[in-house]
Design a protein around this ligand. Structure first.
Ligand code: FES
Length: 324
């Protein structure tokens, strides 16, 4: 995980309908400056007004013109984020965080298996475009209801991308598991799997991949929290945090996150998703044992970086001393 610092303004340069209910937006610096570089798998968070902050993967390939491309599906059960993006018009300016990459590609893998469910195509499109430019071995499997529901269908179905792409349209939900089993168990030895899509799709793919000895690593990115995180939050207990720099000790009640309590006590800390997904609130732990409940930190971040996401994670027991 990389920490992001600072924010920027982005102007909507163009909008394009990519599939049923999916809109892509080309975003640029309002003054024409080149936007900060990023690596495939990165996302930005847009501030959409009235406290709405939402993360969107960058879909760009390499060698683009210093702009960002995102694609957003209008969700019927949206909490407002996707509808707000679909209301944006050419010329509108929105605040955004700098790119963060919690889903980076390990280019040491001999082969990449990119597995997209629906709008989960967005980070994987960027990975596929970069892999193609590097001449890296990869394949992209795209599960969608139909070609009309598949964002970027024309780009993916045409040369030079087409030979790397397999579309899986209109697979009945009960058949997805066996298709994934056949697909993942027969991939090249040593391959790394990257999966992004709806939570049930990702959970199933991860479960199957865990039993595939031919895959040497599985990488994933959630944009909505999976069920266990919700359950974990429901079982939160009171905990105590001590801030090493100020010497303050704060009690965190069961119905509040550490982040909420920090903000209430005047501590400035980057945050966005509030769901353990974006990594912006990652904070170093100097003492104590966190109960990690996020979906963004790697084992390395937790074990060696001593990081925890204070928006969802809590203390396993005792007091947590934070580097704040
Ligand atoms: S605010 Fe996104 S992980 Fe904490």
């Amino acid at each position: 995980m990389q920490a992001a610092v600072g924010e920027m303004q982005l102007q909507v340069m163009s909008l394009r309908r990519e599939a049923d209910d999916v809109l892509s937006l080309r975003l640029a610096d309002p003054c024409g400056a080149r936007l900060p570089a990023f690596t495939p798998g990165a996302h930005i968070a847009l501030r959409l007004g009235e406290g709405l902050v939402r993360q969107y993967s960058l879909c760009n390939g390499p060698d683009e013109d210093g702009t960002y491309l995102i694609a957003v599906k209008r969700e019927a059960r949206s909490r407002g984020g996707s509808a707000a993006v679909h209301r944006l018009a050419q010329g509108d300016v929105v605040a955004a965080t700098l790119p963060v990459n919690a889903f980076a590609v390990d280019w040491s893998a001999p082969h990449l298996v990119l597995l997209a469910g629906g709008i989960g195509i967005t980070p994987l499109l960027s990975m596929a475009l970069h892999a193609m430019q590097r001449g890296h071995s990869f394949e992209l499997h795209y599960f969608a209801r139909s070609s009309a529901h598949a964002a970027f269908h024309d780009l993916l179905a045409d040369a030079p991308m087409a030979p790397h792409v397999v579309f899986h349209f209109a697979i009945e939900p009960e058949a997805v598991s066996s298709v994934l089993k056949d697909l993942l168990s027969s991939r090249r030895a040593g391959a790394h799997l990257y999966v992004c899509g709806p939570v049930p799709f990702m959970d199933e793919a991860r479960k199957i991949a865990a039993g595939c000895t031919n895959l040497s690593a599985v990488h994933w990115e959630y944009f909505t929290p999976p069920a266990p995180a919700e359950e974990a939050r429901a079982s939160s207990a009171v905990c105590t945090v001590r801030l090493a720099r100020s010497g303050k000790t704060l009690e965190v009640p069961a119905n509040k996150s550490i982040l909420q309590v920090l903000i209430e006590n005047g501590v400035t800390i980057d945050s966005s998703c509030m769901e353990g997904l974006c990594g912006l609130c990652a904070t170093r732990v100097l003492e104590g044992e966190p109960d990690h409940r996020d979906e963004v930190l790697t084992d390395n971040d937790r074990q060696y970086g001593k990081l925890m996401t204070v928006c969802v994670s809590r203390a396993r027991e005792g007091v947590l001393v934070l580097d704040l």
